[in-house]
Design a protein around this ligand. Structure first.
Ligand code: MG
Length: 203
């Protein structure tokens, strides 16, 4: 399986990092070794001093597809979960300043904690899903899919022009504003609506 991520998909987040609002989805990948499941702890890596949380809704692809039209994209995912796109912001900033790829800043071991999944059919309105992240009990990020620049259908359609989607692939759909640093000892709790999806520690 592969993990495909969208960057800068919420205007307020693009602006908080000083980035332009994109006219096409910004895509990057994480290797399968980035996956962290079952609320396992995240071990703070020694190569960074500025790991940021980015809470994101995650789609699970349920059938193979390429060149998918946006209006048919809902047929290609069956589950929605919550994930953290952990980012070594110091490494990413350095790479961006040199025009180099972000791979190591985004794709290191454990950089993609993912929750259990909810059946997509159980979600009434996918254009209006609330999700949030608490750190040590305090709300840090709060998003709603209404504010996505590129909706689920647009994202799947765009990616599938370039990359064959396969069953089990995960798509991180972008983070709202409020990204900030995590520290050893922090407890991260993530919710979709009122349902607790993630609860793990930084060690
Ligand atoms: Mg992200």
């Amino acid at each position: 399986m592969k993990i495909i991520c969208i960057g800068r998909n919420y205007v307020a987040h693009a602006k908080e990092l000083g980035n332009e609002v994109p006219t096409e989805p910004v895509i990057f990948l994480k290797p399968d070794t980035a996956l962290l499941k079952n609320n396992d702890p995240f071990y703070y890596p020694g190569f960074s001093k500025d790991i940021h949380h980015e809470v994101e809704l995650v789609l699970r692809i349920s059938r193979e597809g390429k060149n998918i039209e946006p209006q048919f994209a809902h047929k290609y995912f069956d589950q929605v979960g919550l994930g953290i796109d952990f980012t070594a912001r110091d490494l990413q900033t350095k790479a961006k300043s040199k025009g180099l790829p972000w791979d190591l800043a985004k794709g290191f071991n454990g950089s993609a904690p993912v929750s259990k999944f909810i059946k997509a059919e159980e979600i009434e309105n996918r254009e209006n899903i609330n999700f949030k992240l608490l750190v040590n009990g305090e709300e840090r990020q709060n998003g709603n899919t209404q504010n996505m620049l590129f909706k689920f259908g647009d994202i799947i359609s765009y990616i599938s022009k370039f990359i064959l989607l396969k069953t089990g692939d995960l798509i991180f759909t972008g983070t709202p504003e409020g990204v900030s640093a995590v520290n050893i000892g922090d407890r991260l709790e993530g919710y979709i609506e009122d349902q607790k999806m993630l609860d793990f520690e930084v060690k």
